[in-house]
Design a protein around this ligand. Structure first.
Ligand code: UD1
Ligand code: CA
Length: 454
């Protein structure tokens, strides 16, 4: 059977106390709803319908690049009413899987187990056994342990409230059956809502077997209602990712102090110290070492390179056997060749730096093309911006830039050139020659240091 997914995301999420709709709050730098859409795609769903609500236009806009069909639920009259809004778009002979935009971590494997419960004579319900089931709908079974119905907490007797098996909300059933039952829902219950959960009793009445599937971990079916739950689920997710990386052979000095907010590809024997954050798409080659407190965003780091503590690398490529930091900032569009050294308090932006070149201390290098074996002295600044436009600085192979020089772009420094310390270079300098711009040093014999008046 083909699969269609309906994701419920119309709830207000008032307990987040936020102007942002709940499903746009981020888990590992990705909106909650995006996690859910991603898993639906992994299941090869034919269609993905997202039910959004009042004020949900922001959600639609934020995820406008996703291939989903948006279904508006004008008023939030309950989970059954929410699914019913998608009915005109649901195909009878598809299996319909209902997911929740605020339950971000259900795995593909768990959902596949749930989908396996669906047949002509059965439907699937994802349940969990919780030590504290308070607030959840309870799974009511008969003496033969066969599911009879779901009763919401607010409609339940004390006896039913003792049941610890709860409804996660996630279920799967054939389109034709779902449509028929949704048409029969009533809202004569404690909350005056159209409960999706009422379809379970209807299924039983129609002679359908309600099979239950269970998640690998309770966190998989946990909904996010407030920021405390969001933080807890974030830690759970990060811990899982850390475990996966360690299994793959990465050393994490402390898996509890590592955050992956995107994806990372790792070679062998990568070592990551504490408080490292990897964001977007990161690639780390064999034997890469990342020191404490580094942030890497969409970065590629070549084999054997070492990133020393407190460095930031964004949208850049670092070659092999480089040393970066401590306290270095590599800004977007930087490409460092192999064996490059970038030292402390150095900012590099939109620059190509050739093999074995060094920028070791306190410098700003932006909009530059730097050759091989160049040595850039402490305190060098490429003056790339004239207040209106950015200009290029080019430095030839083997050049030596003396400390505290300003290279006023556009400017070219010839190969093998030496720039005297403290120079302000405003025009191109020849290859192999010493160029300096510096006022002559003098000592004044007649001068004496002022004395404090008594
Ligand atoms: C629901 C289930 C309950 C289950 C619990 C799991 C029903 C009647 N109850 O209860 O059995 O244990 O989830 O968390 O289904 N939503 C809409 N439109 C609406 C109402 C809700 O889109 O009109 C969405 C919400 O955004 C949310 C989800 O549906 O993502 C669940 O809604 P919520 O009100 O939290 O349901 P519960 O009362 O928690
Ligand atoms: Ca809920």
């Amino acid at each position: 059977m083909e699969l269609s997914v309906v994701i419920l995301a119309a709830g207000q999420g008032s307990r987040m106390r936020s102007k942002l709709p709940k499903v746009l709050h981020k888990l590992a730098h990705k909106p909650l709803l995006t996690h859910v859409i991603d898993v639906a795609e992994q299941l090869d769903a034919q269609d993905i319908h997202v039910v959004y609500g009042h004020g949900g236009e922001v959600v639609r806009e934020a995820l406008s690049d996703r291939k989903v069909s948006w279904v508006k639920q004008e008023a939030q009259l309950g989970t059954g009413h929410a699914v019913a809004q998608a009915v005109p778009r649901l195909v009878d002979d598809h299996t319909i899987l209902v997911l929740y935009g605020d339950v971000p971590l259900t795995t593909k494997e768990t959902l596949q187990a749930l989908l396996a419960c669906v047949s002509d004579t059965s439907m699937g319900l994802l349940t969990a056994v919780l030590a504290n089931p308070h607030g959840y709908g309870r799974i009511v079974r008969n003496s033969d342990n066969i599911v009879q119905c779901i009763t919401e907490e607010k409609d339940a007797t004390d006896e039913v409230r003792k049941i610890t098996e709860v409804n996660t909300g996630i279920l799967a059933v054939s389109g034709a059956k779902l449509k028929a039952w949704l048409g029969c829902l009533k809202n004569n219950n404690a909350q005056g809502e159209y409960y999706l959960t009422d379809i379970i009793a209807m299924a039983v009445k129609d002679g359908l077997e309600v099979k239950t599937a269970h998640a690998g971990a309770v966190e998989e079916v946990e909904g996010i209602n407030n920021r405390s739950q969001l933080a807890r689920i974030e830690r759970y997710y990060q811990r899982q990712q850390a475990e996966q990386l360690m299994t793959a052979g990465v050393t994490l000095k402390d898996p509890a102090r590592f955050d992956l907010r995107g994806t990372v590809e790792t070679g062998t024997d990568v070592i990551i110290d504490v408080n490292v954050i990897l964001e977007g798409e990161v690639v780390l080659g064999n034997n890469v070492e990342i020191g404490a407190n580094c942030l890497l965003i969409n970065a590629v780091v070549g084999e054997g390179s070492i990133i020393l503590p407190n460095s930031i690398i964004e949208n850049s490529v670092v070659g092999t056997a480089c040393t970066i930091g401590p306290f270095a900032r590599i800004r977007p569009d930087t490409i460092l060749a192999n064996k490059v050294k970038i030292g402390n308090f150095v900012e590099v932006k939109k620059a190509q730096v050739g093999e074995a070149s060094k920028i070791n201390h306190l410098s700003y290098v932006g909009d530059s093309i730097i050759g091989k074996d160049v040595n850039i002295g402490a305190g060098t600044i490429t003056c790339n911006y004239d207040g209106a436009n950015k200009h290029l600085t080019e430095i030839g192979d083997g050049a030596f830039i003396g400390s505290d020089s300003q290279l006023v772009a556009p400017v070219k420094i010839g190969a093998g050139a030496t720039i005297g310390a403290g120079s302000t270079i405003t025009s191109d300098t020849p290859a192999e020659k010493l160029t300096l711009s510096r006022s002559k040093q003098k000592s004044i014999d007649s001068w004496s240091r002022p004395q404090k008046k008594k």
